[in-house]
Structures are given as structure tokens and as C-alpha cells.
Write a protein that binds this ligand. Sequence first.
Ligand SMILES: *[C@@H]1O[C@H](CO)[C@@H](O)[C@H](O)[C@H]1NC(C)=O
Ligand SMILES: *[C@@H]1O[C@H](CO)[C@@H](O)[C@H](O)[C@H]1NC(C)=O
Ligand SMILES: *[C@@H]1O[C@H](CO)[C@@H](O)[C@H](O)[C@H]1NC(C)=O
Ligand SMILES: *[C@@H]1O[C@H](CO)[C@@H](O)[C@H](O)[C@H]1NC(C)=O
Length: 330
Amino acid sequence: MVFVLAFIIFVYINSSRPSGTWTDSLSWGRKHTKMATHSTTAGRRLSNQTIISPYLVAYPHDYYFILNESARCPSERPYLVLMVPVAPKDRASRDVIRSTWGNETTVLGKTVRLFFMLGLPGINGREQTQEEIFEESREHHDLLQSDFLDSYQNLTIKTLMILKWLSTYCSDASYALKADTDMFVNVRNLVKMLLKAPKKNYMTGIVAKHGTASRNPKSKWYLPVDVFPGNRFPPYAMGQAYAFSLDLPGKLLEAAKHVKAIYIEDAYVGLCMKHLGIRHTEPPSHSLFNLYLRYPQSRCFYSKIISVILRSREQIQEIWKNLKKPGPAC
Ligand SMILES: *[C@@H]1O[C@H](CO)[C@@H](O)[C@H](O)[C@H]1NC(C)=O
Ligand SMILES: *[C@@H]1O[C@H](CO)[C@@H](O)[C@H](O)[C@H]1NC(C)=O
Ligand SMILES: *[C@@H]1O[C@H](CO)[C@@H](O)[C@H](O)[C@H]1NC(C)=O
Ligand SMILES: *[C@@H]1O[C@H](CO)[C@@H](O)[C@H](O)[C@H]1NC(C)=O
């Protein structure tokens, strides 16, 4: 069992995750490989000859919210908030989520709300993109934006800003789900699970237990020894989709002041959980949270899971349409 899980994670870490969010908009894989090959020369040299590795994450730092939707949680009082990190320019993914799994506002009698977390657009065309973001925000009131540069290597900052927003602006909610844009989420099954879940110190999803730091400069997840000296990561909830109780954001942020940031955001949250001495909770069934699976699966299948990674926005729409058809799913 343990071996099987380790193998799955190994395969996963080494092959998959063409994450719709980032590879689409930045073709980050190529950029990263280049940067890794020249990691020493690409490092920024300070006057005192310290080399700042491009793998260092600028955290802790006093980032602030440009868009905070500060009135929404206090007035709408959600039980569950769906938090989706997304690239500033990726309006297409936001629209698909808004019109599919993110569009359920009352589930099993519980209030559910959806928010997207953005950083600052890249320097190219920044002003225009920012204008479009303000426009979209006026239309939907579901964008949160902070003042760090939005990039793959700043995903840890983005996750920390999700936690900061939750603890500052939405602390009365019971649970949050962090989910990437390439996921399909069955919110009803998620709420069903949460209704029976612990109310405190709770985090669940696919818990990776044998993650190791990659020392291969060509890997997408390369971590130089000076950035992360350990070999193994503690258990962590894989970043595609994980749920947690709302007492955790404040605790994790406190821990983050003491745990050196790495850009692999989910492993970093695991490091903070370890610092706090809080164990992850296994989901009631391992078939609830899924990585890539053969597509398509039956309508019955999607009616039983909580999350699965997909390869396109069209697949998300297809599954949604299919699930909404009348009649029993199985
Ligand atoms: C020199 O580098 C150290 C990090 O090793 C840093 O803390 C310090 O602020 C730097 N000093 C100057 C003058 O840049
Ligand atoms: C939310 O953001 C707006 C616009 O930046 C700002 O004026 C306001 O003070 C913020 N509200 C809170 C409660 O931080
Ligand atoms: C969400 O669903 C409602 C119906 O429940 C629909 O009127 C609305 O257009 C949907 N929103 C989007 C963005 O599709
Ligand atoms: C991360 O964000 C900080 C703050 O905006 C910025 O200084 C830094 O260059 C960004 N790092 C990367 C790799 O994009």
C-alpha cells in the first residue's frame, strides 16, 4: 500500500502536472529549465557578494491586498469558501469555474462562496491587464489580488496570501478548499464530507508521504541544497485540491514566520503543519481526491468523487453538463 502510494507520487512528481494555470500562460517549464541550468549566473549578486538564488521566495514580507472584497464574508457568512489561485490573465479559466462547479451557492443547506486569488500581472502590458482585472472585479466581486508579482515561483506567496485573506476577511467560515484551475470539484460531496469532519486542526486531500526534494536542475521542482537542505518533505496535502478548517490559516501564517519559504507551495504548507505539530487527516475514502485519470469517466464516477485533475476547460464544462442532466447518475 505504502509502496503503491510512493510509486504513484513518484510517477506524478516526475511526469505529470502540466497545470493549466501556469504552463499555459508562461510556458514556465522551458523558462525554468533555462534558469536552472544557469542558476548561479542567474542569481542576483549583492554588493556583499551574496548570491540570491532565483529559488528563494520573498517571504515573510508585508504584502497587502489591492482587491479584498472585505464586505462579502461578514455579510454572506459562508460555511465553505472555495479559493482558486489563478494567473491574472487567465480570465477564461475563471469564467469556466464560475459557470460550473464554482456556481453552487447553497449546497446541502450550507452557504458556499468562490474567490480567485491573483498577484500582480507581469510587466508586459501590466496596466491594461490591471484595468481588465478591475473591470472583471466590478462585474463579479470575486477577485482577490495582492501586490506580489504573479509567477510560478511565487505560488507559495499566493498560497500564504490565500491564508492571510481567510484569517483576515473570512475567519468565521468553517472550511476552505484550495483548488487549482484545472480541477473538477464536486462541491456537494465536499460539503457532505466536511459536515462530518473535525472542526479544528483539520486538513485533508491527497496526503503525500514520501515526497523528496529534487536535486536535478532540470526538474520543474528543483530545489538547491542551500534553499532546502533536507532531503525529504514531511507529509503534505498535494496542492491541486485540499480542504482545511478555518482555525488553520492563522496558525499556518504564524508558523510561516519561522519556516524558510520554498517555492513548492504544497510542500511548504506541509513544512508549516509539521512546525505546528498538526497531522493531516486522511479522507474517508482514497477515491474521493484524484490526480489524473483516464478521461472520460462515467457520469456515475463524477457523482461520487470530490476532485480530479483535468486537461482542459472543455472537459470541466462537459462533466458539469453531464452531471446536471436529470435522472440518477448511477
Ligand atoms: C549581506 O548578506 C547577508 C545574507 O547573507 C544579508 O543578511 C546582509 O543584509 C547583506 N548585507 C548587505 C550590506 O547587503
Ligand atoms: C480593502 O481594499 C480597499 C481598496 O484597496 C481599501 O480601501 C480598504 O481599506 C480595504 N479594506 C480593509 C478592511 O482592509
Ligand atoms: C450560475 O447559475 C445560475 C442559476 O443557478 C445562473 O443564472 C447563472 O448564470 C450562473 N452563473 C454563471 C456565471 O454561469
Ligand atoms: C515574487 O514577488 C516578489 C514581490 O513582488 C518579486 O520581487 C519577485 O521578483 C517575485 N519572484 C519571482 C520569481 O517572480
